[in-house]
Design a protein around this ligand. Structure first.
Ligand SMILES: *Cc1c(COP(=O)(O)O)cnc(C)c1O
Length: 417
């Protein structure tokens, strides 16, 4: 039995090692981060705040959590930080509890326009009893329509404006939304799950500096940390946020991965700017190359992307499902994605695919490699070569990118430490 599991893990690692990972919500951690997972912290509890725990034995855990808080404050210039949410959705749930009452109305970006399910009725927002109204969305700009939002907000009078999304190609109008919110006495929350690493690297505008009251996030997408979450807020909301996290929605906050998060934060402080700049350069180059090859990459008018992501309308290639499967056959891993014009009912075969280049950037790829990736994709999707042959070429291509960059020591990306 155990050897069976070992074999599966090994096979998975081998698959990743020889593929081109382009899922926009993923990344790879350094060995320094992963070593923390094996520490004794992973066996412990530390309910409560630093210095005010409910159990004994937390002396060194307190030191780790204090480092996590201090480094996060420094990185994002934040007034208040809570590093205890164990994931992005849990951070959102806590923020909804802190900022709203059941029956309140929130503005969210709809799922086809890129919003995350946790901002919608079927997930965290709905489970808090919130009524969800979607922002008017400008598909050409792939962004919120501020004028139409202003008008709608006058009628609807929402209590909370949720910004940030999962398909996110643009800076979002935080300042403008804050202005609308202020007139209504409403809060603004920015879910930075996708772009946290780009904010840390100073290539994506910091929503807290633009007027957001709260920032929620996961820590493992463009921010190359362990899988967990965090909340930044203005000082005056600190108590409500902390209470909503614990005892609200978190008990154990996964202390081994908290230690790993500290390492990732140090890496971001040191290497974040170089990394984030390269991420956006890579995304743009991949978009341009695919566009030149004839693909319907969204957003020609704004240079395709201001983030790590690009989106492609693949309806004329059989839809997102067929395209993602075909690319998987050659070892290129992307996800099918709803596009703004899609109904949520066609989530199984939506119009598009979404691509993120943050992980391949962390593996050291640059513009030149983006062009190679576009060519591999084109060969697979236009049947220019036998798929098995392309798979072999992808494996060969990946051989040069086996270590994690933007860390204090370069280490094998898949070794089990
Ligand atoms: C990924 C994502 C989340 C969820 O984060 P988890 O850590 O998977 O819970 C929340 N919000 C947005 C916008 C996301 O993209």
């Amino acid at each position: 039995m155990y050897s069976e599991l070992q074999k599966i893990i090994k096979e998975h690692n081998e698959m990743m090692r020889s593929s081109i990972p382009l899922i926009a919500s993923e990344n790879i951690t350094s060995t320094l981060v992963r070593k923390c997972y094996l520490s004794d912290f992973g066996h412990r509890y530390a309910e409560g705040k630093v210095g005010e725990r409910y159990y004994a034995g937390c002396k060194f855990i307190d030191e780790v959590e204090k480092m996590a808080i201090d480094l996060t404050k420094k990185l994002f210039d934040a007034e208040h930080v809570n590093v205890q949410p164990i994931s992005g959705v849990v951070a959102n749930l806590a923020a909804f509890f802190a900022l709203t009452e059941p029956e309140d109305i929130i503005f969210s970006i709809s799922v086809p326009c890129g919003g995350h399910i946790s901002h919608d009725k079927m997930s965290a927002a709905g489970y808090r009893g919130l009524k969800v109204v979607y922002y008017p969305f400008d598909v050409e700009e792939m962004n919120i329509d501020v004028d139409a939002t202003k008008k709608l907000a006058k009628d609807v009078k929402p209590n909370l404006f949720v910004l940030g999304s999962s398909l996110i190609l643009r800076h979002q109008p935080v300042r403008e939304i804050k202005e609308i919110a202020e007139n209504l006495d409403a809060y603004v929350m920015f879910d930075a799950s996708h772009v946290l690493g780009l904010i840390a690297g100073r290539v994506y505008r910091n929503p807290m500096k633009e007027g957001a009251d709260v920032l929620t996030s996961s820590t493992h997408k463009t921010f190359f940390g362990p899988q967990r979450g965090l909340i930044l807020s203005k000082k005056e909301l600190a108590k409500r946020i902390d209470k909503a996290v614990f005892p609200g929605v978190v008990s154990n906050h996964h202390l081994h991965s908290l230690a790993g998060y500290v390492v990732a934060t140090m890496e971001m402080l040191e290497f974040g700017e170089a990394y984030a700049k390269q991420v956006v350069r890579n995304a743009r180059r991949l978009a341009e190359k695919l566009y030149d090859l004839g693909y319907k990459v969204l957003g020609e008018k704004f240079g395709f992307t201001e983030t790590h992501q690009i989106a492609i309308d693949v309806r004329d290639l059989g839809g997102g499902d067929r395209v993602a499967r075909r690319l998987e056959e050659v070892g290129i891993i992307v996800n099918k994605n709803l596009m703004p014009w899609d109904s949520v009912d066609i989530a199984q075969n939506p119009s598009g695919i979404r691509i993120g280049v943050q992980e391949v950037t962390r593996l050291g790829m640059k513009e030149e490699e983006m062009e190679r990736i576009a060519e591999f994709m084109d060969m697979a999707l236009k049947d220019r070569k036998d798929l098995k042959e392309i798979r072999k070429e992808v494996k060969e291509f990946r051989k040069d990118f086996q270590t994690v960059k933007y860390s204090f020591e370069e280490s094998d990306a898949y070794e089990i430490c």
